[in-house]
Design a protein around this ligand. Sequence first.
Ligand code: DSN
Length: 439
Amino acid sequence: MVMDKIFEIIKKEKKRQREELAMIPSENFASEAVMRAVGSSLMNKYAEGYPRKRYYQGNVNMDLVESLAQERILKVFGLNEARWGVNVQPYSGSPANLAVYNALLAPGDKMMGMYLPDGGHLTHGWRLDSRPISITSKFYRSEFYHVDRKTRVFNYAAIAKQAKKYRPKIIISGGTAYPRNINHKKLAGIAKKVGAYYLADIAHEAGLVAGGANPSPFPYADVVTFTTHKTFRGPRGAVIVARRDLIDKINFSVFPGLQGGPHLHTIAGIAVAAGELTTASFRRYARQVVKNAQTLAAELKKGGLDIVSGGTDKHLVLVDLRNLKLSGWTVAWALDKAGIIANRNTVPYDTASPYYPSGLRLGTPALTSRGMKVPEMKKIAVWILAVIDHVKKEKMPEGKKAVNRFAKKFRQAVDRDPWLKKLNREVTAFAKKYPLPGI
Ligand code: DSN
């Protein structure tokens, strides 16, 4: 029996996950098989290099693990080995994207990515004016494309115009809070016209693409990156899939360019997850994730909330709280106290700060992994609307000092709030009825 204090904390965390509703769209529950692979003896081995080209001895089984992971990734997306190469070694999404840039760009080259408050990602060249925030904007020059102010979806003609003027070497799509399908065909066409690579970062929707619930970027993109712990439902890690003629450069960029020994225990978990993704039950899961998110969006909209872009094609819903003059921070903390775990998020054309943004981001992958369907989404929507109504008078003031005072007072108030405590008991009793996958 292992007695380390950490195991007490793990037990508490498992209880929290069982008793709360995980609605952060980038979170999910890996299966028992995935967790067993990750927690296995594979973690004891160094294996710098690639299958059959290792720098250390004793890698016969590591070669089998990594090759199987690569094969399964191709199978998951229906790809042909003659056209596509796979790298399963990136430690996570950020190093995966950096490895792609390091392979395909020279320092100072131009990249064009989705604007962060419009749903993009830090690693797509994020900077604030001329101040680099992500290392990607320190090494490379970046410019961003935006959603339309009115529709809050992309206007591809405007992106094409911008690309023609800016002439980037790479165009990146994908991100964290764009609820609509991305038109990969159009973006790849725009990239081709200006002589740029097209990188589709499908970190959020990889599982939905694999399950046939979202369109695939593979017919069009030069490179596709994704993390493996979101809708892919595997361990925390990432994968790069690239055109066959680019993969050697990318492999060299991952190792020895950026990383040392690969985490073969994680890669084994990715292989197990990829095996699960090719089943009929996963295809049903992927479709249900989207149906659940669409139900949630529709119910919240009926309840008077402003849903960015009017709905969703994916696993996530973005609520703009500005019409209620509420902060995403306030709502996220009140929901937390009720046992509903969502995250505050910037929204398109947000003027609030990223720490106290104007939006709330909700997702359905984790709830769907627990077996929840449309009726459960309707029930949860009622709770979310009730919590928002409960805090509707709590307006965030202006000015740093006033905000700090408000935040402290609000946190104390929600900690003691009897209505939220009562709702929390109701949510806990409900959540406990749905089994938690994993160990
Ligand atoms: N942190 C991830 C998300 O929540 O979307 C993106 O990296």
